[in-house]
Design a protein around this ligand. Structure first.
Ligand SMILES: Nc1ncnc2c1ncn2[C@@H]1O[C@H](COP(=O)(O)OP(=O)(O)OP(=O)(O)O)[C@@H](O)[C@H]1O
Length: 578
């Protein structure tokens, strides 16, 4: 499948190999003529001719080999490039659920390590198999023509080579797979241990030794398995090496006896022995190709598992582009579960009119984050419909849907790069002026321009050089730049100092203007500013209405509200009280 686009190159390689093989066969045949004809007949001219042929033949073969090896590598490298790209593409299509159940280090290892592990098999083995097979066939034909009895005799050793192959290849396949799985675990551990949060956690809990031990164990296991892998290969190589002289001895015995009885010329025997070498070489190479391939097979399976991975959420076949919207958001009897049997959301229904603001409140784990993630189709409801301006979000492309939605999360992520690049993630072609304008509206422009490198300041992998409040305002500026109709906000629970808090609050007010906003609210001011409130508990809407209505009702919201008031001065967020 991977080689299909390169069939022309493969054909050319095959032709080049056949040509090289035939040209290479000239040397032993010339030996036969020299021994049988030129020397006995004292023909100097013929001797010179065949001697010349003996030189020309390897030269021609060598030149063709250089070209063919280049073609081999080119095809192999192209296949690897395609494989890498296809893996990347397919990973991009996967749903959030896939990434929450995978370890990021393992994903990286699968793309880099696994592809690297089969690189040898792709560039070297698959293509060299063609060459070796060509040489085997060409030599075989000539041998049969020279003397078919001896040709048969030379095959006596073949079973010796073939017998252990099955067992050896199964052993190697399993071992190679185990090595790759262990390497995946190592990569995952590396990624988790050396992430900023991982390092912090390890240091604070003094777990360095324990982690080192875990890593050492994995490392040691890779070493011993690699050693076993190569040892198995060596034993097999030795068995193959011993079988060659056995074949040669048989041929000399039979050939010598035939010459003594004048049934064969000496030249034929010499040429035959030289040619048999060319039969055994590709034969053992082919078998090593087989071994190499079977070892790589397990890894290929892992790669194809990733290539064939079907995304949980895909665009409908007839999905259209969501046009400009006014921003009416509606949930109709929506159910959702991360795992079957444990519902995270049950029968959720509500409407938010364009430009209005709805607050989500409720205890921790109630399903607030889950609910907002469904709007951008990060997860798929098990039943029910979510509509934007009356359009079922499943009937439009995810790209167009998400282009109308702005997300500001509690832990805004910043890629490694300049602040400007990070801002342009929201709008690729934004001019510097547009970026600055958005930052001004998000009350972060002053801070950025005061930095020595201003908008060109590099922010770390997770923006760790910035404080929580600054990061949030950057995220808000990013959303302003994107200018979506629908805004989804997860208000930070982490406490900012009152000045940062005021800045973030002002930035948010700017951002929410004229947009439909759904906010996971932790601050009373946000709740009071909302047009409607939904109270979630255990994935169910327990109360729904305006602040006044809910207060009169005096249920969970009433409780939350009063305790919030009581705690207002101590700065405890609403959900922590529930
Ligand atoms: N990826 C996931 N896989 C499985 N279960 C999950 C996943 N994400 C969340 N949950 C579970 O779903 C439930 C709802 O979680 P959710 O994060 O939506 O709650 P929340 O109301 O936003 O809580 P908080 O205010 O503490 O952030 C929780 O019981 C949580 O453990």
């Amino acid at each position: 499948m991977l080689f299909r686009p390169y069939w022309q190159q493969l054909l050319l390689i095959l032709i080049l190999s056949l040509l090289a093989t035939f040209i290479g066969l000239g040397a032993p045949l010339a030996t036969k003529e020299i021994v049988d004809i030129a020397i006995p007949q004292h023909d100097v001219g013929l001797l010179l001719l065949y001697a010349g042929l003996m030189l020309a033949s390897p030269l021609g073969k060598g030149l063709l080999n250089v070209w063919q090896t280049h073609m081999n590598n080119k095809t192999g490298q192209s296949v690897i490039r395609d494989l890498n790209e296809q893996l990347f593409r397919n990973l991009q299509r996967q749903s959030m659920a896939f990434f929450t159940r995978s370890r990021s280090g393992e994903i990286i290892q699968r793309i880099t390590g696994d592809v690297q592990a089969v690189q040898g098999a792709i560039t070297g083995t698959i293509v060299s198999a063609i060459t070796q097979a060509a040489q085997l066939i060409a030599t075989g034909i000539i041998l049969v023509n020279l003397n078919w009895e001896m040709a048969l005799l030379s095959l006596v050793v073949v079973p010796l080579l073939l017998l252990p192959v099955r067992r050896v290849s199964r052993l190697r396949k399993n071992l190679r797979l185990e090595v790759q799985i262990t390497r995946g675990e190592m990569a995952a551990q590396l990624a988790e241990t050396f992430s900023v949060s991982g390092v912090l956690l390890t240091r604070l809990f003094g777990q360095e030794q324990k982690q080192l031990l875990k890593y050492t164990k994995l490392n040691e296991s890779v070493k011993s398995k690699e050693l076993r892998l190569s040892l198995i290969g060596r034993w097999y190589g030795m068995a193959a090496g011993v079988s060659n002289p056995v074949g040669m001895a048989l041929i000399y015995l039979y050939g010598g006896w035939s010459v003594m009885n004048d049934q064969m010329t000496l030249g034929s025997v010499v040429a035959f022995v030289a040619l048999v070498g060319r039969l055994y070489d590709p034969l053992s190479s082919l078998l090593s190709v087989h071994l190499e391939m079977s070892a790589a097979l397990g890894i290929f399976q892992r790669i194809f598992e990733y290539l064939d991975l079907k995304p949980d959420i895909e665009d409908a076949p007839n999905a259209g582009v969501m046009p400009a919207v006014r921003g009416r958001v509606e949930f109709n009897q929506v159910h959702f579960a991360y795992r079957q049997g444990t519902p995270a959301l049950t029968n959720i229904s509500f409407k938010v009119e364009p430009g209005r603001m709805m607050a989500l409140v409720g205890p921790s784990g109630a399903g607030k984050s889950t609910l907002i993630s469904l709007i951008a189709r990060l997860y798929e409801p098990s039943s029910g419909i979510i509509r934007i301006d009356g359009m079922d979000i499943k009937q439009v492309t995810m790209e167009s849907l998400r282009s109308h939605i702005g997300f500001v999360t509690q832990e805004p992520y910043l890629f490694y790069g300049s602040l400007l690049d990070n801002m342009r993630f929201a709008k690729e072609d934004a001019t510097q002026a547009e970026v600055e304008d958005a930052c001004r509206k998000a009350y972060i422009d002053d801070f950025i321009t005061a930095l020595p490198e201003g908008y060109h300041t590099i922010v770390g992998e997770r923006g760790h050089r910035l404080s929580g409040g600054e990061r949030q305002r950057i995220a808000i500026a990013r959303a302003i730049l994107k200018n979506p109709r629908i805004l989804i906000l997860d208000e930070a629970t982490s406490h900012l100092d009152s000045q940062s808090e005021a800045y973030v609050q002002k930035a948010l007010e700017e951002l929410m203007k004229h947009r439909t906003t759904i906010v996971i609210a932790h601050r009373l001011s946000t709740i009071l500013a909302s047009d409607s409130i939904i109270v979630l508990k255990d994935g169910v809407v327990v109360e729904q209405g305006t602040h006044e209505e809910l207060l009169i009702h005096n249920g969970l919201y009433g409780l939350l509200y009063h305790t919030q008031f009581a705690a207002a001065n101590t700065g405890i967020a609403m959900d922590q009280l529930a």
